[in-house]
Design a protein around this ligand. Structure first.
Ligand code: GLA
Length: 731
């Protein structure tokens, strides 16, 4: 019996090359099919809806006519270079004898059922001349239709080989047209979308910034097949490289008009040497596919992320008051303790102390000094962090802290004492980003130091309940004294930096599994599904102007669920009402970054009620499904709806994004989604500003069918720029 159970729970089959080797990699709805040709080259022959009879996959190959000559091989599943290939390679190796050519022949594959929801297929390929092996992994999350791909390269040669390009994934999509939506931006302008029809040739998206690699372009894209997908319709792929460093995506349209796609670490200045028998694991590439538009695709991505990827993705989160914009560096103990009352008054869970609390020889009174010296500043905090933690706890709120342990100001004791821990060219002028430099995480001693920053704070102050982990600088002058001492190539630095960071974060999570940690990088400069394995949430942007945020939150929401998206009410745009700012922040993980004492009576009352409302519906935002009802790019207002898993509760956020005459109100009902047509619902407006009256009659009942087919007008107008509606089933 036990044996039978084991076989059922972990069913592995291994197959070797036969006349007709077909490898189907299936989710519950879709399949990727791989076929070995007569030269044992593995080629992707299908990506589409899954067939009920797996036997029929073999017939696909007979329908394809592009296998005549070598220059037709565009669909290899891990295209090598230097032999038959004439397209962009996924793998480029300089062998131990200096030969730059690689061929990869199919050896075997196995599929393991990891549990009821996940399968893992491993395909082994081998260079017949050099014996260097490549294992390709395809992990499939069945219900979410999410595919996670990565590669393991093993040096089977006697000497050192050099990996010049070592992608994570190489895919092939047959179709007519491909529309790529990708993102660009900068500080305070994250996630600016751009969509284009891919034409012949190669479109490359990449980053060479090292640390906060996303600053100009995040490793995230949306690809529509045939025509531009919308929320309900269209074939669409949402993808992310789970890697917090330099990356590269190649989109190559081949001569059949199909799309070759390659994703991985950026090969720029990143040659990686492997000694004999050594293996290298690439970052993981993650994508989901839907034939039903971007809404379905992103709900799948969100479910997957919450369940399998984001740290504590299915847990709860803390609301908070942050002091960054309220004080910047200008505070002391008394001022902070005074602000704690504000957190209490608002009703949030936690006070988050931001930058500026540390360093003595070079006090951190601005961003030009002190970074790296993680002792409490004695003038500002004479009684140390512990006193603040106690004071906050006495007032019934938790206490959290900001750190930026990977970086250093040249004006710091750390820099004076450990210059060889800093990424810098020893004989060249230093270049700074926000007056700082990056520490060399390829060096195990630096990894210990960075872990130590976190560990020491927590050892001394075990009651700290939250961390904001920042990383503001990109890497200039990429050079490591450590790699030099080890006689390792400098081109390892970018890769070893990220792996060093992950090692530190592994240690942090092993010792501190419960602490929520916000991923911040001078705003949203480092957001990806590699980092989010360690972080409970992330900071989208320092730009908290609410209209900008509506657009940014819209874009981020394709890829990341609301539970992970920190959104704070600030004074960045004081022209916007406190209601508008709060309503926008209430759609993410709510926080405040204001001086609560400066709020007038009505504003304060409003905020208190909004916090309490947020607490009443946050489980829907954090754990429910998102429907983007109205795009702010198409109409002058945006509308987002969250629905719980039982379809009995929902919350709808509407935001006006235009000031133009006649474009400043919602003229028609917005069709709701995700509700049960057979249920009856009641709609009530929340977050109503004191002394105003809602035009929405909460005594009316509507069927789910009506709300889905006809819709509901949130009555957004110049006087009601944001509207929050709660929809509840009538029992
Ligand atoms: C970065 C962050 C901000 C704030 C400052 C502190 O810019 O994005 O939220 O923490 O650093 O210096």
């Amino acid at each position: 019996m036990r044996i039978l159970l084991l076989v059922l729970t972990s069913f592995i089959f291994v197959l070797q090359h036969s006349a007709q080797t077909i490898i189907p990699i299936e989710s519950s709805t879709h399949a990727m099919v791989i076929h070995a040709d007569q030269d044992k080259r593995l080629r992707q022959v299908y990506f589409g809806l899954r067939l009920s009879n797996t036997d029929e996959y073999k017939d696909i190959v007979r329908q394809l006519r592009y296998e005549g000559t070598n220059e037709d091989v565009f669909n290899h599943i891990y295209t090598p270079s230097g032999t038959w290939n004439i397209a962009e390679p996924a793998l480029h190796i300089l062998h131990a004898d200096g030969n730059p050519s690689t061929e990869l022949e199919y050896v075997e594959h196995s599929t393991t059922i990891l549990d009821d929801h996940i399968t893992l297929t491993m395909i082994e390929l081998l260079d017949p001349v050099y014996k260097t092996a490549v294992q390709l992994f395809y992990k499939v999350y069945q219900e979410e239709n999410v595919f996670e791909l990565w590669t393991m390269i093993k040096n089977g040669e006697e000497g050192i080989i050099e990996l010049k390009k070592y992608a994570s994934a190489n895919l092939y999509f047959r179709n007519n047209n491909f529309y790529l939506t990708h993102y660009h931006g900068s500080w305070a302008e994250e996630m600016q979308p751009e969509t284009q029809l891919l034409t012949n040739g190669i479109k490359v998206l990449d980053s060479k910034l090292g640390t906060r690699a996303n600053l100009y372009a995040p490793p995230t894209f949306l690809l529509s097949l045939d025509s531009e997908a919308n929320e309900e319709e269209g074939k669409v792929i949402l993808a992310n490289l789970a890697w917090s460093g330099n990356y590269r995506f190649d989109f190559e349209k081949d001569r059949y008009g199909n799309l070759r796609f390659i994703a991985g670490v950026n090969d720029h200045s990143a040659e990686y040497r492997l000694a004999a028998n050594q293996s290298f694991e690439t970052p993981h590439f993650i994508f989901t596919y839907s034939g039903h538009g971007t809404g379905d695709a992103s709900r799948n991505m969100h479910r997957w992320a919450r369940k399998y990827r984001i740290y504590d993705g299915e847990g709860d989160r803390l609301t908070l008051l942050n002091n960054w914009e309220a004080t910047y560096f200008d505070f002391d103990e008394d001022k902070l303790v005074g602000l704690f009352d504000g957190a209490k008054t608002l009703g949030v869970d936690l006070f988050l102390l931001d930058d500026g609390w540390f360093a003595n020889k070079y006090p951190r009174n601005n961003d030009r000094a002190g970074l790296g010296d993680w002792q409490e500043n004695r003038n500002k905090l004479p009684r140390g962090l512990n006193y603040l933690v106690q004071e906050a706890n006495n007032k019934g709120i938790k206490f959290g802290i900001w750190i930026e342990p990977e970086m250093v100001n040249p004006k710091s004791e750390l820099y004076e004492n450990h210059r060889d821990w800093v990424i810098r060219q020893p004989d060249r002028k230093e270049f700074y980003y926000r007056n700082q430099l990056v520490l060399d995480l390829s060096n195990p001693a630096v990894q210990d130091y960075v872990f130590g920053v976190f560990d020491t704070i927590f050892t001394k102050n075990p009651d700290i309940a939250y961390v904001k982990w920042d990383a503001n600088s990109i890497i200039y002058n990429a050079w490591s004294a450590y790699l030099d001492r080890q006689r390792m190539p400098q081109s390892h630095l970018y890769t070893d930096y990220v792996n060093g960071l992950y090692k530190v974060l592994d240690r942090v999570r092993l010792k501190y599994p419960k602490v929520p940690i916000m991923l911040c990088s001078g705003g949203g400069g480092r957001v990806d599904y590699g980092a989010l394995q360690y972080f409970t949430e992330f900071w989208l942007s320092d730009n908290t102007a609410p209209v900008d945020r509506v657009f940014m939150q819209w874009e981020y929401s394709y890829f990341y669920p609301a539970i992970a998206m920190c959104a704070h009410v600030t004074d960045w745009d004081k022209n916007a009402s406190i209601k508008y700012r709060t309503d926008v922040a209430s759609m993410g993980k709510l926080g405040f970054d204001i001086v609560v004492d400066d709020l007038d009576e009505n504003d304060l009352k409003f905020c208190q009620e909004a916090v309490s409302n947020y607490q009443s519906f946050s489980d829907i935002l954090w754990h429910g499904d998102l429907y983007r009802l109205q795009s702010p790019y198409e109409k002058p207002f945006a509308c987002f709806q969250f629905v719980d898993s039982t379809k009995s509760r929902s919350v709808v956020f509407s935001y006006l994004v235009s000031n133009r005459y006649r474009a400043n109100y919602s003229v028609e009902p917005v069709r709701l989604k995700g509700l049960d047509p057979a249920k009856q619902y009641q709609i009530k407006e929340l977050n109503i500003y004191p002394n105003t009256v809602s035009p929405i009659d909460s005594t009316l009942h509507f069927s789910g069918e009506y709300l889905i087919k006809v819709g509901f007008n949130p009555d957004v107008s110049a006087n009601r720029r944001s509207v929050v509606l709660e929809i509840k089933e009538i029992e």
